[in-house]
Design a binder for this molecule. Structure first.
Ligand code: GDP
Ligand code: GDP
Length: 457
């Protein structure tokens, strides 16, 4: 993680001027709780501007993002605290105090897999004394069991506990929403122009056929190939011209390299895969037709969706399956029956060996990229909102009439919508799901994650 971190630091160093009107949020915590992981997660998933400054004490890492139309700036205090396990308490207190003083809000990060330590106590005290808005972020809650036990952290005497997994990205978007709420930020429409160029990553288990697919795509007569240096020394991206459109295939070198037998089963947590997903706009997750959709395929799919990337599910080795006319549909239904969200993402059944439907893959990828980078007009959205809330109004808890007043798309790639409401907290998950499904029914959003955020008007 540090290596990735340094990379960002150096490649974007000096490139940005600091904006002073954005709120500054400090991420503090003892070493190894996942500060850098969270910082990278928050910044990499959006248009990040990262640079590092020589501080009086130590280097600090700053980065800006725009979340649903709210610009904000983060400071990672990773460099503040000595890397040794139990630093001197006075140093910890002093360094944390400096960071907190500078910030408008504090994220105190702790490790949910272990009990609170003396250092956590000291940091909690600094946060309490500061009187600044804060969230106690309980990291490494990768599973729900951990989430349950993480409530031992209430002993720190801080009110708002927020379990996340920085590594998997679960609830990090909710955390950003929480920051917006806590700071009472007013939305401004993002000025950052969206980049709609297509960057494709192909990921999946070893031996599923990734290199076969790459070779099949690169050999097509229509493609003109230029290798270009990727973001790291050993990764090479490839530009393709495909029917006059430009497409970048990420980490072609890694894809063409024969998977080693020693490659870990924990392939999906592989840094290389994560890096490719983050660099992509659309990701192909390849599934082996004989092996089916396993839990590792599920976790990689989650990673793609958490990163807000377009997703195409490519089932390969279809030549090995004895089929009747319904096989593909059955295969797909079996998966979407378990993972409802995947009904909104395209499946294609191919064989790299016989080339069956290989030529269709990029068509589908292209459509997904278009869906992901579109902007939908405000007038159309509001007509839609008006209709669906009339057809099926939100429930009225405790006799209060919940009104969804206005909708606006504040970002694309992936699309983010904000709905203004008189009681946003009273809109239940089931109703949010209804809105999401109706929106997908109305607009062509197949293959892209969509975020709908409901805010107080
Ligand atoms: P920092 O010293 O606080 O900046 O911590 P890092 O971000 O360097 O993370 C320390 C270690 O914790 C790294 O090995 C991370 O991969 C790991 N880590 C960070 N977040 C999570 C998480 O949500 N779950 C798990 N299981 N590990 C995490
Ligand atoms: P990677 O590890 O995901 O890059 O997988 P490879 O592309 O190296 O393929 C692994 C093995 O599966 C090789 O022996 C390929 O020949 C074979 N393979 C790839 N695609 C197909 C296919 O569509 N049908 C069949 N029967 N075999 C395939």
């Amino acid at each position: 993680m540090r290596a990735l971190f340094l990379l960002i630091k150096f490649s974007l160093n000096k490139s940005a001027n600091m904006k002073t009107n954005e709120p500054l949020i400090a991420i503090i915590g003892r070493p190894n709780v996942g500060k850098s992981t969270l910082f990278n997660r928050l910044l990499r998933s959006k248009k990040a501007i990262v640079h590092h400054e020589e501080g009086i004490t130590r280097d600090r890492i700053y980065g800006s993002i725009d979340w649903t139309g709210h610009p904000m700036r983060f400071i990672d205090t990773g460099g503040y605290i000595p890397v040794n396990d139990e630093p001197f308490n006075a140093v910890v207190r002093e360094q944390a105090t400096l960071a907190v003083e500078e910030a408008d809000m504090v994220l105190l990060l702790v490790d949910g897999r272990v009990d609170p330590t003396a250092t956590d106590q000291i940091l909690a005290q600094v946060v309490r004394k500061s009187g600044k808005p804060y969230v106690l972020v309980i990291n490494k809650c990768d599973h729900s069991q951990i989430k349950d036990s993480a409530y031992v952290y209430s002993e720190l005497g801080l009110e708002d506990l927020f379990p996340i997994s920085a590594l998997h990205g679960s609830h990090t978007g909710d955390l950003l929403d929480q920051i917006v709420d806590r700071l009472g930020l007013k939305p401004t429409v993002s000025e950052i122009p969206e980049d709609s160029s297509l960057r494709l990553a192909i990921v999946g288990m070893p031996n599923v056929g990734k290199s076969s697919l790459v070779n099949a795509l690169l050999q097509r007569e229509q493609t003109i190939v230029t290798p270009i240096a990727g973001t790291t020394r050993d990764s090479i991206d490839t530009h393709l011209m495909w029917y006059g459109k430009q497409l970048t295939l990420i980490d072609t070198a890694g894809l063409r390299k024969k998977a080693k037998v020693t490659e870990s089963i924990e392939f999906y947590s592989n840094v290389r895969t994560q890096r490719s997903i983050r660099a992509a706009s659309v990701v192909i997750v390849m599934i082996d037709a004989e092996k089916g959709f396993g839990h590792q395929d599920k976790s990689i799919t989650d990673m793609v969706l958490n990163e807000g990337k377009g997703l195409v599910l490519v089932v390969n080795k279809w030549d090995l399956i004895e089929k009747d006319s319904k096989s593909a549909l059955n295969f797909q239904n079996e998966i979407t029956g378990h993972f409802k969200l995947l009904t909104h993402f395209p499946f294609i059944f191919i064989s790299c060996k016989t080339r069956q439907r290989v030529s269709k893959v990029l068509d589908i990828v292209w459509n997904v990229n278009t869906a992901r980078s579109q902007y939908i007009g405000t007038k159309s959205l509001n007509n839609w909102l008006d209709r669906v809330t009339k057809e099926h109004p939100p429930p009225a808890p405790e006799g209060r009439v919940v009104k969804l007043k206005f909708i606006n798309q504040v970002a694309s790639a992936p699309p983010v919508f904000v709905i203004f409401c008189n009681y946003p907290k009273k809109v239940p998950v089931s109703y949010r799901r209804y809105l999401g499904n109706e929106m997908r029914r109305e607009y062509s959003l197949t293959g892209t994650p969509v975020k709908i955020s409901i805010r107080k008007k």
